[in-house]
Design a protein around this ligand. Structure first.
Ligand code: NAD
Length: 788
């Protein structure tokens, strides 16, 4: 069986909002408003058809044996060199063996599909077994033109072969004719385009159906045997119309990517084919066509092999990694469409010595360094002597490829004086995880994206251009890995051990699930009693939450002890120490309610509530605090309530217990400080069994416990160094509550106490909270009283 064995794609990270073209140039070309929707992909200043092709090819060759390649075909109409094989630069960047054939295919928008057919036929002929076909384009247009809106930059790569086929090649059919809807004369930068209506009616809608029908006839199939039909067409309505002419239902028509990328020239058919393969399932039948001075049509049937191909960045990945800009002058500058003053420094000679380029070919184009065979130390560049001071062996270096190795930023700077098309120039030291480092230029990032330790990957880019001699210099640059900065900033609880009391339901369960998602190991304590704390307890609530956490792939153990007893508290903490060896986080969350007006507040109801909320927190915190103190780290969260902070009818027991926890925190924060144990208090508002008959239904509905979780988790994180504070959290609202002291008045005259009448006269001043302050401990409060 022969066919496609792998695929890859690359669309540059930058997108230009089409509206920005209209906003800048609408005064001159008002008609472009009609097409100013969506965005087009655009190369960074250091990207061209060769660098695009290298990226797509790297994506395609992920996990593939690149040494098995017999040939590399590169299709493009915007190749940077007319006479220096561009496919050869791609092969050098990919570090492919010299024993293969490289070939450029150009001068038509169907160069991509023609290259693919040529490769498939070479494999079918048996003289070649594994060929990489890359197609890329970075076409220029004049400013403020429809085509400037419609075009995009991008590349696709397909490997074809006779083993591990993911889409079997069933056949192809080509129509070739000198139909000139547009052309680009030799030495001209932009296309000359003929009338659209004619290109549409005489070109696209006649020639594409002719090739597709020719192929179907040749294979003896009908359009009902096509599950995905892909072909490019800049005219949106015509694209649908051609499908109609072919009798294809609109559901099988592949998206032209017009809204999100634009048409990528010779790469576009293969890019659309790659997008189709990305979502294909075994058995899917794909018909792909490429248009340009005729049309190529190819038919594939997807095999089971596609399920074994590892994930590619592909079209989807490229589209999701984007930065949209509305800076149209930047687009013009990046494409050399406006002349800017680059300063005297830019005039420094930049001629490339071909001798050096050849001698250092592997190092410059392939990013090949060395690895000492004696001690295993990698280094860049390769030299005669090993850089490891403990080794220093000479002539022990073997080739070592750095381009695919993960690295991090060790140092970085931005330089406004250095000549740059996109100032400031950003560069710094890159440290490879497996060893080896060097100073690299950074690209596809802004200064605010960079931070020491940021994971980076290497990308093949233009280093500069010798415009006088028409030579482009390439080298590797470092680029932040998409999403890595966000991941670095992500609050993680990896390997942290958390105890949550009363975690079998409500808020405790919600805290537990999110902590587990973020890497924590959990002790899920729940006594399993009724809402008022009565009953002998049950294991179901804790077990259920443990099962939920395990289903997330995280670790948790259940504990069914009652927090209201000293032994229960001990055993809860012991559960964590036995299972995980440490306690980093304690959330005192277990709670019951026994609401009664004060006149009916019998000792039982009073004591039961204090036993769970206040004594329960004491029983668990004491052994947990000891373990945290020993480890020199801890985060403790108390749970108070608006009832305690502000008062609520019928809850004297609950309010007293909840406010007592604030006093508990105030003292404990002092004791924990030097052990890096931070103690805070949350006052949540959430729908749970405690509140179901208390809250009005519309508030109950809007009060998901998940809206309290972010505050609780932040307070339990290493990032949070706050201690001794109270936070309200509920319904998406977060605020701090605090005990403030007003400036007051000094009334005692020497040792003589004031009279009650003086107090009465000073009542307003005593009550005045203007300029009230928070006091962080008793000593500070005493000082304030002594010298108000
Ligand atoms: P909930 O009833 O859903 O959860 C409390 C859990 O604690 C229950 O699963 C219960 O079995 C468990 N529990 C009770 N007594 C226990 C004991 N002695 N030992 C071990 N576990 C025990 O209620 P919730 O609303 O999630 O409340 C959680 C905490 O938040 C409580 O301290 C509550 O006072 C406080 N709070 C809640 C709100 C709110 O709006 N839900 C408002 C303010 C304060």
């Amino acid at each position: 069986m022969i066919g496609i064995t792998s695929y890859g794609a690359y669309i540059p990270r930058l997108r230009l909002d089409r509206m920005s073209i209209y906003q800048a140039m609408g005064w001159f070309a008002p008609a472009i408003a009609m097409v100013a929707q969506g965005e087009r992909s655009m190369c960074n200043w250091d990207e061209d058809a060769v660098t695009l092709a290298v990226e797509a090819s790297r994506d395609c060759l992920k996990g593939q044996d690149k040494k098995a390649l017999d040939a590399v075909y590169l299709a493009s109409t915007t190749l940077p060199f007319s006479d220096r094989q561009n496919a050869g630069i791609v092969a050098a960047a990919l570090n492919l063996p010299k024993s293969l054939m490289t070939l450029d295919m150009t001068a038509s928008q169907k160069a991509g599909t023609s290259a693919l057919i040529t490769a498939l036929e070479a494999v079918r002929g048996g003289c070649k077994h594994h060929i990489l076909v890359a197609a890329s384009d970075r076409r220029e247009t004049r400013a403020a033109y429809f085509y400037e809106m419609w075009f995009g930059d991008g590349a696709a790569a397909l490997a074809v072969g006779d083993r591990d086929v993911i889409a079997e090649f069933k056949g192809s059919y080509s129509v070739s004719c000198d139909f000139v809807d547009h052309y680009r004369g030799a030495g001209h930068a932009v296309d000359y385009v003929w009338e659209e209506r004619w290109a549409r009616d005489e070109g696209y809608s006649r020639i594409i159906p002719e090739a597709v029908n020719g192929l179907m006839k040749q294979l003896g199939i009908t359009i009902s045997e096509v599950d995905r039909l892909v072909f490019p067409c800049v005219f949106k309505a015509e694209h649908r119309n051609i499908a109609k002419i072919l009798g294809a239902s609109p559901d099988i028509l592949g998206d032209t990517l017009h809204e999100v990328c634009g048409e990528t020239g010779a790469a576009h058919s293969l890019l659309m084919l790659t997008a189709a393969l990305e979502s294909a399932e075994p058995g899917d039948r794909i018909l792909a066509a490429g248009f340009g001075q005729g049309c190529d049509a190819l038919y594939f049937v997807v095999t089971e092999g596609i399920t074994r191909l590892s994930r590619r960045n592909g079209v989807k990945g490229s589209l999701s990694n984007k930065k949209t800009i509305d800076n149209y002058p930047k687009f013009l500058k990046f494409r050399n469409l406006i002349q800017t003053e680059m300063g005297i420094r830019a005039e420094a000679p930049n001629q490339t010595a071909m001798t050096t380029l050849w001698r250092k070919n592997k190092m410059i184009l392939g990013l090949v360094g060395g690895k000492c065979q004696a001690c295993g130390t990698p280094q860049f560049p390769q030299m005669d002597i090993c850089v490891n001071p403990a080794c220093n062996a000479s002539h022990t270096q073997e080739d070592y490829e750095f381009s695919e190795l993960p690295a991090i930023v060790k140092t970085f700077t931005s330089d406004l004086l250095a000549v740059s098309v996109d100032p400031p120039a950003k560069y710094g030291m890159i440290q490879f995880e497996a060893g080896g480092r060097f100073m690299a230029d950074f690209t596809d990032c802004d200064m605010e994206d960079l931070v020491v330790g940021l994971p980076m990957k290497m990308m093949f880019r233009k280093r500069g251009e010798d415009k006088t001699r028409g030579f482009v210099n390439y080298f590797w640059k470092a680029v932040p890995i998409p999403g890595a900065r966000e991941a670095m900033n992500r609050i993680s609880f990896k390997d942290r051990v958390a105890i949550i009391t009363g975690a079998g339901a409500g808020l405790g369960r919600a805290y537990a699930l999110e902590l587990a998602r973020r890497g924590a190991k959990l002790v899920i304590n729940d006594f399993g009693g009724s809402r008022d704390g009565s009953g002998t307890g049950e294991s179901t609530p804790a077990d259920r939450v443990v099962a939920e956490i395990k289903a997330l792939g995280a670790e948790a153990v259940a504990n069914y002890d009652n927090v209201a007893t000293p032994d229960g508290g001990q055993r809860i903490v012991q559960t964590a120490l036995s299972a995980f060896g440490r306690v980093d986080i304690l959330i005192n969350n277990a709670g019951i309610l026994r609401d009664k007006s004060f006149a009916r507040m019998e000792p039982d109801n009073w004591n039961a509530v204090l036993a769970v909320h206040l004594n329960g927190a004491y029983h668990v915190t004491r052994p947990a605090f000891q373990a945290m103190k020993d480890a020199g780290y801890g985060r403790i969260l108390m749970t108070t309530s608006a009832a305690g902070l502000y008062g609520n009818f019928g809850q004297t027991n609950y309010s007293a217990a909840k406010m007592a926890l604030v006093g508990f925190m105030n003292a404990l924060k002092q004791e924990g400080l030097k052990y890096n144990i931070r103690v805070n208090t949350i006052a949540p508002l959430a729908a749970s069994r405690l509140t179901e008959d208390v809250m009005p239904p519309e508030i109950f509905e809007r009060s998901q416990p998940e809206l309290v979780v972010p505050m609780a988790l932040y307070l339990c994180s290493e990032t949070c160094t706050q201690t001794g504070a109270i936070y309200n959290a509920g319904m998406g609202y977060y605020s701090r509550a605090a005990i403030l002291t007003g400036p007051g008045v000094q009334l005692a005259d020497g040792g003589n106490p004031p009279t009650p009448e003086q107090i009465h006269r000073s009542w307003d001043a005593i009550n005045d909270l203007t300029g009230a302050k928070e006091t962080s401990n008793l000593t500070e409060a005493l000082m304030a009283m002594m010298s108000p």
